[in-house]
Design a protein around this ligand. Structure first.
Ligand SMILES: N[C@@H](CCC(=O)N[C@@H](CS)C(=O)NCC(=O)O)C(=O)O
Length: 203
């Protein structure tokens, strides 16, 4: 049985739970992190004191993108994890770029969702909004040439960027028009697992 450790309002936990749902895996998710805290037993699994972590029988793994790769390699087949090295690397490139994208949006998310209005740093939000808007042009360009970030089909290359793209689309900030990203976001919303796991209220 697969155990996924981490509170579900974490973007990095959402990524792992979403893929598990996409692949129809049985799993047991346990709340840890944020208000749930982390006990010594959890810190022994993950010395970074971060979420997510998985346990697959006796195998322990942390780092969300490594977990996605592991689950896709074990259970995903060609659809989620192409065997062709160039197709795989092209999809994986977007997984790693997902941290650049997340770093741009995270300040806005923390300020608008997890910070009291009177304590918000508006200059920080402005910089974050501008940085995300600039990066979104890169996404819009590639999604004008291909259906998914993973290539011709949805796959793990879409998951990290989509987890934060949902937040970007939900946050009450100005965004430039990005028609190709909007088409991709609409296609993501046709997936029940995206709606159920990722599109939960921001908190
Ligand atoms: N690079 C790590 C980052 C993990 C990370 O920063 N997790 C955040 C939540 S998204 C965390 O553990 N925060 C502390 C907490 O929730 O208590 C990964 O991708 O797994």
């Amino acid at each position: 049985m697969l155990t996924i450790w981490g509170r579900i309002n974490s973007h990095n936990v959402k990524k792992v739970v979403w893929l598990a749902e996409e692949m129809g895996l049985a799993y047991d998710r346990r709340d840890v992190g944020g208000p749930f805290g982390m006990d010594e037993a959890y810190r022994a699994l993950n010395p970074n004191a971060l979420i997510p972590t998985i346990e697959d029988d006796n195998f322990v793994l942390w780092e969300s993108n490594s977990i996605l790769r592991y689950l896709a390699a074990n259970h995903g087949g060609e659809a989620f994890y192409p065997s062709n090295p160039q197709a795989r690397a092209s999809a994986e490139r977007w997984m790693d770029w997902g941290f650049t994208w997340a770093d741009a949006i995270r300040p806005t998310f923390f300020q608008m969702v997890r910070t009291a209005p009177e304590q918000r740093d508006t200059a920080l939000v402005e910089r974050s909004v501008a940085r995300a808007a600039g990066l979104s042009a890169i996404l819009d360009e590639v999604l004008g040439r291909q259906e998914w970030l993973s290539g011709e089909a949805f796959g793990i290359g879409d998951i990290p960027v989509a987890a934060y793209a949902n937040t970007w689309f939900q946050l009450p900030v100005e965004r430039p028009s990005r028609p190709n990203m909007e088409r991709w976001y609409a296609a993501l919303q046709e997936r029940a697992s995206f709606r159920d796991v990722v599109m939960i209220p921001l908190s």
